[in-house]
Design a protein around this ligand. Structure first.
Ligand SMILES: Cc1cc2nc3c(=O)[nH]c(=O)nc-3n(C[C@H](O)[C@H](O)[C@H](O)COP(=O)(O)OP(=O)(O)OC[C@H]3O[C@@H](n4cnc5c(N)ncnc54)[C@H](O)[C@@H]3O)c2cc1C
Length: 473
């Protein structure tokens, strides 16, 4: 509830916030100053410059995205520190960017900012004897998997990526460079793993790696199901809850299929084991007699290029798309509720062509890795999620976005009724941006995370991406 005191606090915070985004320098001046400040090999230019689109990483999503007036591509870590200090002193908002895959609509509040493109921080060093991998701040998982497979290692199955972090070098909101680990700044170490983007820019990260499961070989089984099996498919998913093999991930893309004349669930069963074993493990799905079945023998570095009939690879590489994303955590498979939601979606899409770009995604991962670490061990909020359920409203026409936004919001509310939790909870990186900090971080973690904000980002510079509030809840 908002009482008078909190209303005053919020009011004051709002005024400070508005004041903080009044830049004291023009974009031209920023370019001039930063070019003089940064070391040779760094790039600084106006975002209106023709080279900007080529040299700077573009974004996956066009919808409610940040806008940049200046691009800075630092060469060295000390250059990142200089940009952070310069931007802070001149009240210029900024965003560090890696792959540009962050799509939360909260980013739309960031306007006329400096983009700190971390494109020069792409190094990958693997130490097979020590079982460690050290990467630059902009390295993507796709950049490292080939190298890992080549040396018989992997980077999954043993917890989240943040669970396997051993140390990180971070430029904080004061412009300081800190080496953070379990023994160095242990308070920030907690926040960094699961909420790190709130506290600074990671320039170098050292991870634990592991011997590759099944020598890095993966079996991918794709299967398309007719609308009539809406129900049996979710019963089959439910049959794995509590005993899903740790080698098996179950994915579904659920969308309108013009040929089949209705909503069709398309599954990809990814199994880190031999083909014969995989076929036995996914028997409950194959027994339903899907329409088309494809079996691929692949490896850890390449399985995403065949999963879901190539759809996973296709979506990941797209740029500048308009879409309204919504996601929620399901803690149980409520078959009846899911059937109702899909039937409702089917009738809505049948009636309205403008909604046909709406896609539901189902990601049912094995829990073993998540449960290796207690929930108190880091800022990573939810470890017992049975299904990460996404409602993605894609559209080629921006004018249709509000329609897909409303539709997605409605579906999310319906799904929430059968989620197994009273309140909406979502993985922070999948959030739409309207859920709020409790949904992203959990009420239990917020006071500690807010306290860390005040120490490591006292000017609240990292406040654009589903942020931790500076004032505890
Ligand atoms: C098609 C698609 C599929 C996805 N699938 C998954 C998935 O399977 N699992 C999953 O976990 N996520 C997934 N995501 C979400 C994605 O991983 C997150 O949004 C992630 O933050 C993207 O990182 P980025 O560097 O590409 O994003 P950016 O848009 O560049 O950055 C996102 C946020 O991270 C901050 N940031 C980036 N680099 C750094 C750094 N070095 N130090 C500090 N802060 C930094 C940025 O400042 C910004 O606040 C998916 C996204 C898309 C578009």
């Amino acid at each position: 509830m908002v009482n008078l005191r909190s209303a005053l606090v919020l009011g004051i915070a709002q005024i400070c916030h508005l004041g903080a985004v009044q830049a004291t320098v023009s974009p031209q001046r920023m370019v001039h100053d930063l070019q003089a400040l940064l070391s040779a090999g760094s790039e600084v230019m106006l975002a209106s410059n023709a080279s900007y689109a080529q040299d700077f990483t573009s974004r996956f999503s066009e919808s409610h995205s940040p806008s940049f007036v200046v691009g800075a591509k630092p060469k060295k870590v000390s250059d990142i520190q200089k940009v952070v200090r310069y931007a802070s002193q001149n009240n210029v908002p900024f965003l560090a960017t890696g792959g540009g895959h962050g799509y939360t609509w909260s980013l739309g509040q960031l306007q006329n900012a400096i983009q700190i493109d971390l494109g020069n921080f792409q190094t990958v060093e693997i130490d097979t004897a020590a079982n460690t991998m050290t990467v630059g701040g902009a390295v993507r998982i796709g950049n490292v998997t080939h190298d890992l497979v080549a040396v018989g290692k992997e980077f999954r199955m043993y917890g989240t990526a943040s669970d396997n972090l051993l140390s990180a070098e971070v430029v904080t909101g004061t412009g300081e460079l800190l080496n953070v680990s379990a023994t160095s700044h242990p308070d920030l170490w907690y926040g960094l793993r699961g909420a790190g983007f709130n506290y600074g820019i990671a320039t170098r990260l050292k991870y634990r790696i592991h011997p590759a499961t099944n020598k890095g070989k993966v079996t991918v089984i794709n299967a398309m199901f007719p609308a009539a099996l809406n129900g049996s498919v979710w019963e089959a998913c439910n049959s794995y809850v509590g005993h899903q093999p740790k080698e098996l991930s179950i994915l579904f893309a659920i969308r309108f299929n013009e040929t089949l004349g209705g909503i069709s669930p398309v599954g990809a069963f990814i199994y880190f084991g031999p083909k014969e074993e995989a076929l036995k493990v996914v028997k409950p799905f194959l027994d339903l007699k899907p329409l088309y079945v494809e079996v691929h023998e692949s490896n850890y570095a390449e399985f995403s290029s065949v999963a879901l009939y190539q759809d996973v690879a296709d979506i990941g590489s797209r740029k500048a798309i308009d879409f309204a994303p919504f996601t929620l955590n399901l803690y149980k498979v409520d078959v009846k509720n899911i059937v109702n939601v899909i039937n409702y979606m089917n009738s809505s899409l049948t009636r309205n062509n403008d909604l046909k770009g709406a896609t539901l995604s189902w990601a049912q991962y094995p829990l073993d890795g998540f449960l290796r670490y207690p929930v108190q061990s880091s800022a990573f909020a939810y470890r017992d999620v049975i299904v990460y359920f996404s409602i993605d409203g894609f559209t080629p026409e921006i004018a249709k976005l509000p329609l897909l936004d409303d539709f997605g919001k409605g579906l999310r509310s319906l799904l929430q009724l059968g989620s197994g939790r009273p309140d909406l909870e979502t993985y922070v990186h999948f959030g739409h941006g309207d859920e709020g900090p409790r949904s992203w971080y959990s009420a239990a973690k917020l006071p500690r995370l807010s306290a860390l904000k005040r120490v490591y980002d006292p000017h609240n510079l990292f406040r654009w991406y589903n942020p931790v509030p500076t004032i505890g809840h």
